[in-house]
Design a binder for this molecule. Structure first.
Ligand code: MN
Length: 287
């Protein structure tokens, strides 16, 4: 089999058609998917029928070890999903009902509206994330992806030089605090101590350089906090200019894989009081 994708955006994002990912069995086929990921960074595959177990198995087969603990301290009490490899990206509670507006789990999840790269606040961070759409709103709730390799290429040369060897400190406690979510327990603070990450990474599969930032990025290591925060804010603005962004409108059965090493993403708002959005994520570790 030779898999080919149709490009969805001038810089990145491809759509793969005519394939049931559950039926991919050989290492050759998995290598083709990884090669497409190196090229497109975001891969859309519609009409996939993954069970939770099959989704976790696919991710393990494609890319090895799974992240299972991200956000668990906050989300776990729901335990809506039984498969340990899956993270619940929904507005639903353990009884499959829409979360109350002031539910702590919903408040925490609102952080996904900020541009980010999954698990950049952990060491090792995430490599691939894969979202499977089970229920989608009739309007809103899209996901946006930003191409951090194209963004890097477009930076002024002086800025590329300035950031070449810098490191940023990433913390989910910080990013949540920027939207006013500060109610973390001592145990949660201990669970999420944050992590230092390079500001520029070389993407191994393409050899291209990428900005590596996220709303989790709090400051530049070794710099006064305000200086670093201003630089990060500038980079976030430049990296998410409209020309670098692909917007995905979800349909039930959509499966989207993205590379967290060279993209950022965010969820867009929808009417959470009447609309159900049930997306399920599996994430692999960049180790
Ligand atoms: Mn995310």
């Amino acid at each position: 089999m030779s898999l080919e994708a149709r490009q969805l955006h001038p810089f990145f994002a491809g759509e793969l058609t005519g394939v049931d990912l559950r039926a991919l069995r050989t290492e050759q086929e998995r290598a083709e998917i990884r090669a497409l990921m190196d090229r497109y960074a975001v891969l859309v595959v519609r009409e996939q029928q993954f069970s939770d177990e099959e989704q976790a198995a696919f991710a393990r087969g494609l890319d090895g070890e799974l992240v299972t603990k991200v956000g668990r301290s906050v989300i776990a009490p729901a335990a809506r999903l039984k498969e340990p490899g899956l993270t619940d990206i929904s507005n639903l509670d353990e009884n499959n009902a829409i979360l109350e507006r002031d539910d702590r789990r919903r408040m925490y999840s609102l952080g996904n509206r900020l541009w980010h790269s999954d698990s950049s606040f952990q060491q090792p961070p995430a490599r691939y994330s894969m979202l499977s759409a089970k229920e989608v709103p009739t309007s809103g709730g899209e996901s946006e992806y930003a191409d951090m390799r194209a963004a890097y290429d477009a930076l002024p040369a002086a800025l590329r030089e300035q950031i070449a060897d810098l490191r940023a400190f990433h913390s989910i406690i910080y990013s949540r605090s920027t939207i006013g979510f500060t109610e973390f327990s001592d145990a949660e603070r201990a669970q999420f101590p944050g992590a230092e990450q390079p500001l520029v990474r070389v993407h191994p599969g393409s050899g291209r350089k990428s900005v590596y930032i996220a709303s989790h990025a709090s400051h530049i290591v070794g710099w006064p906090v305000p200086d670093g925060r201003l630089l990060l804010r500038e980079l976030m603005t430049l990296a998410t200019l409209p020309q670098f962004v692909y917007r995905h409108t979800w349909r039930v059965g959509d499966f989207v894989i993205w590379d967290n090493r060279c993209t950022m993403h965010r969820g867009l708002p929808f009417d959470e009081t009447t609309q159900r959005r049930d997306l399920r994520r599996v994430t692999t570790i960049d180790a």
